[in-house]
Design a protein around this ligand. Structure first.
Ligand SMILES: [Zn+2]
Length: 216
């Protein structure tokens, strides 16, 4: 029977409280996140199911959830925090494009009709424009770029390349994560309507990998 990753094919797989999942379960995600298929081997049979999903996951900064929160007191020891975060392995993090820390919103922002923020329909319009640009350029969206197509679409000027190489060394990025930064930078440039990737796009893509910094 197809499992959750196949049921999420062409859609979103959302995992709340990521570190609470059994580590073996999380490691199984590595294959479909790269290959967009999952192979299931059972006695005498090997089956392949489609599993091209977008993974979205949420986790707390620490087991109690209050680390770094100005309104709360975190009582977790450094060891507990490290062990909690360690449940999500480096190779799995390498396969996640964006790691974004979000603060608790102020209460007033939760009131219906509160001003501020960007409207979803405005964002959706920008996303559609950026996606069209990608398909027009390479017949595929940036997330699927690989090999020569990746090198061509994500060509970097010397300054951008140096910035990316320095970050890769500082945060010891795996090749896989390095390629993901290139693709994300390409998408940031597309969202801005820019033909070429520039240093600010690379810098933003690197800044969106916050858990790489916490791992080192
Ligand atoms: Zn805590």
């Amino acid at each position: 029977m197809p499992g959750e990753v196949s049921r999420a094919h062409n859609g979103v797989l959302f995992l709340d409280e990521l570190p609470e999942f059994n580590r073996n379960v999380l490691e199984v995600l590595r294959e479909p996140l790269e290959a967009r298929v999952i192979t299931i081997a059972r006695a005498g049979a090997q089956l392949e199911f489609p599993a091209g999903f977008q993974l979205i996951a949420a986790m707390n900064p620490c087991p109690c959830g209050y680390l770094g929160d100005p309104q709360g007191d975190c009582g977790c020891s450094a060891e507990r925090v490290a062990s909690y975060r360690g449940k999500v392995s480096g190779p799995l993090l390498d396969r996640i494009d964006l790691h974004v820390e979000v603060q608790r919103p102020p209460r007033a922002a939760l009131r219906p009709g509160s001003p501020g923020g960007t409207r979803s329909r405005d964002v959706a319009a920008r996303v559609i424009r950026a996606r069209r640009r990608q398909i027009k350029r390479g017949d595929q969206c940036n997330a699927r770029l690989d090999g020569d197509a990746l090198d061509t679409a994500c060509a970097l000027d010397p300054g951008s390349l140096l910035l990316l190489e320095n970050a890769a060394e500082k945060f010891r990025l795996a090749v896989r994560a390095y390629r993901r930064v290139q693709r994300v930078a390409r998408t940031i440039a597309d969202l801005a309507g820019e033909e070429h990737i520039a240093r600010p796009h690379i810098a933003e893509a690197i800044s969106l990998r916050q858990l790489d910094k916490k791992r080192r």
